[in-house]
Write a protein that binds this ligand. Structure first.
Ligand code: TRP
Length: 459
């Protein structure tokens, strides 16, 4: 897993992000598609996605959709961890229900943290801050991997759809890789897809907001899901969509594949009649079915239709005994730089601000932070500061200044030399104190009511 971790701050950031997006095949964010952009979007903090249009479409149609995110209960929550929650909050404001996986099994397997300790850390360090940050308890369900057997079962069941070579290719595993690193991603696949089960909200789009270093998990999940699907839907070069059957032992009876491998025409045609009817009900008069080849062409269908067709086919698949899963969508946020100018890391306390740091510690840390100011005041007044490497400015941008106009003013005055480096730090300290004090107060208000965020199986 360490192999695929990225370090965007050690070289030019924008190119690195572009490279990364290209390497992993991420798509960019189309601002025209985002109806009510938040600062995550206006500031380019969320910079890439996979299939985000699927959830945006649901939001637009007031149709149900969900967010699945997770936390590793080890260590203290710091600023870097807030980005995912900001993303979840935004989706929630657009109508999403939010599920939060406490990865206590992962923490047990990969770090030796006991389940009891994991629970304590999850509640004290993370859930309390999620509450304070303003997640809506009525639309948030925190659960534990260890007490949700459906998640674990899915991990086992879906493990059949991958193998060591694929995990090796994705995560860079070698012969001496601890098997905890094989188990954990499989349970996590269970986390990501289980909200689509009937007991957990049923078939609906699910989006996983993550930092870009977590994309390997998303790729693994999407690949496994696609292997379980009974129907493939492909865009055709000359327009239209082609549905083709994915024959699997589980669907041979329904798909009319006899034990000797021959096609049972009656069963095959009966099945296609149902699929045709489903597609026609979506408004497509023109469909061209070839039962023998197991294909169905819909010439007038577009990418947008593919989303609706996938959802209908998932329902059919589930009725017929399949899982009926849809590949999760994902959106990726940038990482704020560490206080010292390099990477932010929980194992190096001087690189980040923990949400329960004392005000003194926070002031000291920001005062010492890497600055984009010039070496002398004269030079600074003449040439201005560099906001791209100035931690104080970047923390205002990522965390503490919610007003785009005010942030723009600060940037402009810094770059033109009117604001000095020390003054920028002072601004950051003031806003940080305000932000963290409010957070602390809210944390205290929620302290004896955290169970409002917990799922029934988590209490
Ligand atoms: N592996 C994640 C981490 O190390 C935690 C996690 C578990 C998670 N399940 C998840 C994150 C599902 C996102 C989605 O932080």
């Amino acid at each position: 897993m360490e192999d695929v971790r990225i370090d965007p701050w050690n070289s030019d950031q924008s190119t690195d992000y572009d490279l990364l997006a290209e390497k992993f095949g991420l798509d960019s964010i189309d601002m025209n598609q985002i109806q009510n952009p938040g600062i995550l979007h206006t500031r380019g903090l969320v910079f890439a996605q996979r299939d985000m249009d699927v959830v945006l479409q649901a939001a637009k149609n007031n149709a149900p959709f969900g967010v699945l995110t997770g936390l590793m209960p080890s260590g203290r929550m710091h600023l870097g961890h807030t980005m995912v929650i900001e993303q979840a909050k935004w989706y929630q404001s657009q109508g999403a229900d939010v599920s939060v996986a406490v990865a206590d099994l992962e923490s047990l397997a990969t770090r030796g943290v006991s389940l009891e300790k994991g629970r304590e850390i999850a509640l004290e360090q993370y859930v309390s801050n999620y509450a304070a940050m303003g997640l809506d308890p009525d639309k948030t369900q925190v659960y534990f991997q260890s007490t949700r057997p459906e998640v674990q079962r899915l991990g086992f069941r879906l493990g059949r759809r991958t193998n060591l070579s694929e995990l090796g290719a994705i995560y860079g595993f070698e012969g001496d890789t601890n098997l905890a690193h094989v188990q954990a991603p499989l349970v996590q696949v269970g986390d990501i897809v289980h909200p689509m089960l009937d007991e957990y909200g049923g078939i609906r789009p699910i989006v996983v907001p993550v930092g870009v270093d977590q994309d390997p998990h998303i790729r693994l999940t999407r690949d496994i899901v696609s292997k379980t699907q009974w129907f493939n839907i492909k865009k055709q070069k000359n327009g239209g969509l082609l549905i083709s059957l994915s024959l699997q032992p589980e669907n041979s009876a329904i798909f009319g594949v006899s034990e000797n491998g021959r096609i049972d025409r009656k069963a095959r045609i009966a099945m296609f009649t149902t699929v045709e009817e489903t597609v026609r009900n979506l408004g497509f008069a023109d469909v061209n079915t070839n039962p023998k080849h197991g294909t169905m062409m819909i010439p007038a269908a577009t990418r947008y239709d593919a989303i609706r067709i996938r959802s209908e086919l998932s329902h059919l698949e589930r009725e017929w005994g399949g899982l009926g899963l849809t590949a999760p969508s994902s959106s990726y946020h940038r990482f704020a730089m560490g206080l010292t100018g390099g990477k932010m890391s929980s194992s190096k306390p001087e690189t980040t601000i923990f949400l329960n740091d004392t005000m003194d510690a926070i002031r000291t840390k920001i005062k010492k932070a890497h600055s984009g100011g010039k070496t002398t005041i004269e030079e600074h007044r003449r040439y201005g500061g560099d906001i791209t490497v100035d931690v104080a400015y970047q923390y205002l941008r990522f965390f503490f200044e919610s007003d785009d106009v005010e942030l723009g003013r600060i940037a402009e005055e810094y770059q033109s030399g009117r604001i000095l480096a020390g003054e920028m730090k002072k601004l950051c300290i003031d806003r940080a104190e305000e932000w963290l004090l409010t957070l602390k107060e809210k944390r205290e208000q929620w302290s004896d009511k955290l169970q409002e965020f917990l799922a029934d199986d988590a209490i």
